[in-house]
Design a binder for this molecule. Structure first.
Ligand code: ADP
Ligand code: ASP
Ligand code: MG
Length: 398
């Protein structure tokens, strides 16, 4: 088999861990598999680099941030290849650019435009284990870019797609995808299979076990993804098409996103084109807007509420100045979501969510739904409690 194995931050968090990863790769090679390894930076490293930059400047330039952040993955990539060679295996370390990953120029959250397979396959053909630095690429002009937080997952899926790998294994510090974050609810249960669509919702709504864009790409390229632990041999979770998921539970999982802030524009001119102006302004600075609520207008004025990632709140405030009579920003909110393909064909799912929260006196600030998910915005201090309440309400521990 041709396998891409991606190792996350904790899996390569120390020299000993990198040596353990090399051993695991060796095992696969001994089985007869050909392996491409993608690595993240050591756990905490990317945050440390961001922290250093923000101590130098409150608004560090995105281009230079990419130069800085891409360095973390280079370290583990080189060390992993060195560890493999030490075991007597043939290995070569490649940066994202050397692996052929071409992106657009949206620094710090660049989109992959193209990956030719040849830069990686030529080394595989020579019998080498290719080790690729995750999370990074380069523009056509050779500018270094990064792919957004958690972006090594995207590197792995993209390469798996490009080289037509049989399997993409995402190694992390939990046994797979659970009904909710096992660090929030210890009764969370590991799922054997999750559909691409459910996983995409869970990842987009805060379950960082997989980066959402990696799931989107896996679905598009039909890459078979398995999430599992690098600390044991347990079987992980297969992310696959809905047809291959036998059970279609009403609620498969619950996600919590604490990186949310609410923006309220009060007294916006109620005329055609105003929403377009506001959201085009935000889009032009690549701010991700979610959960938009517009209230019924009165006297030619209306109110517009929406959420943005709290890490983009300052940017949003700057972009929005001048759009309304008054503006309010609430940085102390979070988003809790229930996800499940079975929702499509069941009623009363939302009612149960709202009544379970009401019983605990948790006030809902905003609601949004799609075919397979319901999200609410609530005060951040109740986020974890809400997850546990809903986990029990939908009997996910059973
Ligand atoms: P890595 O560094 O390996 O990429 P991450 O920290 O990005 O790992 O993602 C793994 C973490 O995701 C877990 O430690 C867990 O706390 C968290 N997590 C959140 N939601 C879930 C979920 N539904 N299932 C499993 N893990 C989850
Ligand atoms: N090191 C990057 C991050 O922390 C990318 C990754 O881990 O996937 O976001
Ligand atoms: Mg991750």
């Amino acid at each position: 088999m041709l396998i891409v194995q991606k190792y996350g931050g904790t899996s390569v968090g120390s020299i000993e861990r990198i040596q353990a990863v090399a051993k695991r790769v060796e095992k696969a090679v001994m089985r007869g598999d050909r392996v491409v390894v993608v690595v993240s930076a050591m756990s905490g490293e990317t945050n440390k680099l961001i922290d250093m930059a923000t101590r130098v400047s409150k608004t560090p330039a995105a281009r230079e941030m990419d130069m800085l952040l891409s360095s973390g993955e280079r370290v583990t990539c080189a060390l992993t290849a060195i560890a493999l060679k030490e075991l007597g295996l043939e290995a070569i370390a490649l940066t994202g650019r050397q692996a052929g990953i071409v992106t657009d120029s949206t620094h710090t959250k660049a989109r992959i435009e193209e990956i030719p397979s040849e830069p990686v396959t030529k080394h595989i053909k020579e019998g080498k284990i290719v080790v690729v630095a995750g999370f990074q690429g380069a523009t056509r002009n050779g500018e270094v870019t990064t792919l957004g937080r958690g972006g090594s997952d995207l590197t792995a899926v993209a390469i798996a797609g490009a080289i037509k790998a049989d399997l993409c294994e995402i190694y992390t510090d939990v046994d797979g995808v659970y009904t909710t974050d096992p660090r929030v609810e210890e009764k969370a249960r590991k799922l054997d299979r999750v559909s691409y669509d459910e996983m995409l919702e869970l990842a987009s709504l805060g379950a960082k076990v997989l980066q959402n864009r990696s799931v989107e790409l896996a679905k598009k390229l039909q890459v078979k993804v398995v999430t599992r632990s690098s600390f044991n041999e347990n079987e992980g979770t297969l992310i696959t098409s809905e047809e291959e998921c036998m059970e279609k539970p009403i609620v498969s999982g619950i996600a919590l996103d604490k990186n949310q802030a609410r923006c309220s524009l009060i007294g916006v001119a109620d005329r055609p084109g105003i929403a377009a102006e506001i959201f085009e302004t935000l889009a032009s600075t690549a701010i991700n807007v979610d959960m938009i609520v517009q209230t019924v207008g009165q006297d030619g004025k209306t109110n517009m509420d929406f959420t943005v990632p709290s890490t983009e709140l300052e940017q949003a405030k700057r972009a929005l100045s001048g759009f309304a009579n008054a503006q309010e920003f609430d940085d102390q909110v979070c988003k809790v979501s229930i996800v499940g393909v079975g929702m499509k064909s069941h009623s009363g799912v939302a009612a149960r969510m709202f009544s379970s929260l009401a019983k605990e006196n948790i006030n809902i600030l905003m609601i949004s739904t799609s075919e397979i998910k319901i999200s609410v915005v609530i005060a951040r201090k109740y986020g974890e409690l809400a997850v546990r309440i809903l986990h029990a309400a939908y009997e996910l521990d059973k």
